[in-house]
Design a protein around this ligand. Structure first.
Ligand code: GAP
Length: 509
């Protein structure tokens, strides 16, 4: 099945089994806003814990906070968001559709890259065993022409974005002869900047002075609490502050399900270091974060780094960890060396010193910062899309299964009496009672055992525990594994330990 079709099925599956619902659905939905259902909230909470434990519990020098969404509006002036948190937009006059100019260009570049890939595949078929891909790429005239075209457009786009040259962006769109996908015309307006922050009014008086913003990132809540945490926690540099929370952006290109939302959650950590040591820590956190992703066991080949050429206004180095989503490799997490930009600006705008006295060097300085910033919803989507599979079974039946890493699975075990009589439900509930305080379990006695297994596969439950008549005699249950569908007999007394052990195992670490 092509990945586009599989992705459509995944979106339908996520709704059918209570993972994700379109927001305000009975009012026809609200674009790029989603609700998490009864299974979704469990998976989301498990991802949060997995991140929080890795960042806060496993590091002596990282602590967490939970700052407010509303903050003083000057914060967003200091951070540069009021002036520079913009997307370059362009409208097509015929379809009246609005696009991000850089996304139009990126999609155009992706099409050229696709042509190169097709040409290489043609070569591979033609030359068979003798095919030398590197040589083919270096010599084939079609590949060379398209590679040069792609490089030239990329370079022009980056130069225009870096220089904030909106005229040059428009000219590039015209030169590339990019047409509107809806109207098919090239009747474009000029490119304009559009600020992505949502604003609202504080209190009852509606005037300019009361305008406040819904935070577009959680990071600033950490920066403005830097000294509070450092002093009250007696933190010594290097140290980190972590936070999980909602962020809001008025995204223009909002699509691909929960990949790009207007209301989403971030898991961010700001790591404060001595000036001059930031590159060492930048490399350190790049590797640490990649290791965290790989520990989930979704496959190492699903991740890659993308080093930024166009740097945000606050960064002196930045990289994305990209994930191979059903629609291609896309950003999942950003690791940014933010210099002392944020603290220095808050020092300037608030008039309060944001400095650290280093007892080892006897110096006062504004610390440098390495940031790790991962989207919770995107991580959810990465896990769901890697976990979802539709399988043909030996008996001719089909199953849809979510191979969610056991540690993150919404339900860890299902407790299933084979039949609804003969004392089996009572025995099953007795077993459930020994597990439910430590693991999220489900009890299910409706329908055939086969149907119940399918339901648990569909929500990603790694273990099913079946209680049959034999259980009443030998106190053993049937343990069924989601991934292999293999079944083992196991003493009741061993179930708890087995679950503890299985939920500890974390992928390829
Ligand atoms: N504090 C830095 C910062 O916010 P970012 O690259 O703009 O950096 C960090 O965002 C992460 O937040 C992204 O890698 C992505 O996973 C997630 N993210 C950003 N915008 C998002 C959106 N509209 N919907 C869902 N996730 C988003």
């Amino acid at each position: 099945m092509v990945s586009e079709e599989l992705f459509k099925n995944l979106v339908a599956h996520a709704k059918e089994y209570g993972f994700i619902f379109p927001s305000s659905e009975i009012y026809d939905g609200l674009s790029a806003v989603y609700d998490y259902g009864q299974m979704g909230v469990e998976l989301k909470n498990n991802i949060k814990s997995y991140w929080w434990n890795a960042m806060v519990r496993l590091h002596d020098n990282i602590v967490g906070i939970d700052s407010a969404i509303f903050m003083h509006p000057r914060i967003w002036e200091a951070s540069g968001h009021v002036g520079a948190f913009n997307d370059p937009l362009i409208d097509n006059r015929d379809s009246k559709k609005r696009y991000r100019a850089d996304v139009l260009l990126e999609e155009h570049i992706a099409k050229i890259e696709e042509k190169i890939t097709k040409e290489v595949e043609k070569g591979r078929k033609k030359f068979g065993e003798a095919f030398d891909e590197a040589q083919f790429r270096a010599t084939n005239p079609n590949v060379l022409r398209n590679a040069a075209k792609s490089a030239e457009i990329t370079a022009r786009m980056n130069a225009a974005l870096n220089a904030n040259d909106l005229g040059a962006l428009k000219q590039l769109i015209l030169d590339c002869e990019i047409a509107c996908p809806i109207s098919g015309s090239r009747n474009w307006t000029d490119v304009r900047q559009f600020n992505l922050m949502f604003s609202t009014q504080l209190g009852s008086v509606s005037d300019e002075a009361n305008v406040i913003y819904l935070r577009p990132e959680t990071a600033q809540g950490i920066f403005v609490n830097f000294l509070n945490v450092q002093k009250t926690g007696r933190m010594k540099i290097p140290f980190g502050i972590a936070q999980i929370g909602k962020a809001f952006r008025n995204e223009i290109v909002a699509r691909q399900f929960i990949f790009r939302m207007r209301e989403f959650e971030q898991m961010e950590m700001q790591f404060f270091v001595r000036p001059g040591e930031e590159m060492k820590w930048y490399e350190y956190w790049k590797n640490e974060r990649l290791r965290w992703h790989q520990s989930l066991g979704l496959g190492k080949e699903k991740y890659r780094f993308h080093n930024h050429e166009k740097l945000a206004h606050y960064a002196n180095a930045a990289a994305d960890i990209e994930f191979d989503f059903p629609f291609g490799f896309k950003e999942l997490e950003g690791i940014h060396s933010r210099t002392d930009f944020d603290l220095r600006r808050h020092q300037e705008f608030s008039g309060r010193k944001q400095q650290y006295f280093d007892p080892e060097t006897n110096e006062n300085y504004v610390p440098y910062v390495i940031e790790t910033s991962i989207g919770l919803d995107r991580t959810f989507l990465a896990i769901l899309s890697a976990a979802y599979s539709e399988e043909q079974l030996e008996n001719g039946e089909e199953r849809a299964v979510l191979r969610i890493p056991p540690v993150l699975a919404p339900v860890k075990a299902a407790v299933l009496p084979l039949v609804k009589k003969d004392g089996l439900p009572e025995k099953a509930r007795e077993i459930l009672q020994t597990l439910r305080f430590d693991f999220h379990c489900q009890y299910d006695e409706k329908d055939s055992i086969g149907k119940r297994y399918r339901r648990q596969d569909a929500i990603g439950t790694p273990f099913c525990i079946t209680i049959d008549h034999q259980t009443l005699e030998d106190n053993q249950v049937t343990l069924r594994y989601r991934d292999t569908m293999q079944q083992d007999r196991l003493p009741v007394a061993g179930i708890h330990a087995l679950l503890v052990q299985s939920l500890k195992v974390m992928g390829e670490g």
